[in-house]
Design a protein around this ligand. Structure first.
Ligand SMILES: Cc1cc2nc3c(=O)[nH]c(=O)nc-3n(C[C@H](O)[C@H](O)[C@H](O)COP(=O)(O)O)c2cc1C
Length: 221
């Protein structure tokens, strides 16, 4: 698979087979993440790769937070979207609810969905991306590029991913279980595993705005 094909075929996977991703495959995926460009090569990213018992414990601890009624509290404040951004979020969100047959009128069904998001959609593996508190917003851009490298490399290996802000909604739980100091800020969780293609959560395709609305051309005939 070439990189452009990977870019166009990758999608978020939200249903996984239980089979763990082999360590060598994970190493190769992480090598691609580490290859990302960054502001003056500062390489602000750090990655905790989760598997086996640790992954199980992390998922259980995150689920317990939600069950205890703890409100999510990201290290980087939850964004407030308005205008066209809110529109895009809503229109894909409505389609996702329909296609995945989530019951919007059923608080239990929505609670289960939120929990599954915070627990890496029960993927066998996960990555937590974090960075030092001394870094600036620019480093978040570098983190995003590294996350995309990771997700594309995973796709090339047949491994599905989903970037998950929800998985870092209880950052203190991750710091505690991963033995990280308060100075490390949780940026993003990424679920990893082999897609369970029998589930609509593994086949759902998000939409994109047409090029005309977002790209302007200057100096062309
Ligand atoms: C920074 C970031 C945070 C995200 N957080 C979540 C999340 O908490 N829950 C979720 O289901 N998807 C999450 N996603 C996945 C997006 O919803 C998804 O990338 C977007 O809808 C486009 O769909 P695609 O990845 O299938 O192309 C996140 C993506 C990014 C880049």
């Amino acid at each position: 698979m070439d990189v452009v094909e990977a870019i166009h075929t990758r999608r978020s996977i939200r249903a996984f087979k239980p089979d763990p991703v082999p360590r060598e495959v994970l190493r190769s995926i992480l090598r691609a993440a580490l290859q990302a460009p960054s502001w003056e090569n500062t390489q602000p990213w750090e990655f905790a790769v989760l598997g086996g018992e640790v992954m199980k414990n992390v998922k259980e601890a995150l689920a317990a937070m939600g069950q205890a009624g703890e409100k999510p509290h990201l290290d980087f404040p939850w964004p407030k979207f308005t205008g066209p951004y809110m529109e895009r979020l809503r229109s894909d969100g409505r389609r996702l609810v329909r296609e995945l047959r989530l019951r919007q009128d059923c608080p239990d069904s929505l609670r289960r969905w939120r929990t599954s998001m915070r627990t890496f959609f029960d993927a066998p593996n996960g990555v937590v991306m974090y960075m030092d508190a001394s870094l600036s917003q620019w480093s978040l851009l570098d983190m995003g590029i590294a996350a995309e490298n990771l997700m594309l490399a995973a796709w090339e290996h047949g491994v599905g991913t989903c970037a998950l802000a929800a998985a870092v909604a209880y950052p203190e739980v991750l710091r505690s279980l991963l033995d990280l100091p308060e100075s490390k800020k949780m940026v993003l969780g990424i679920a990893l595993g082999y897609p369970d293609l029998s589930q609509p959560a593994a086949t759902f395709r998000s939409s994109r705005e047409p090029m005309e609305g977002l790209v302007t051309w200057h100096g062309f005939d």
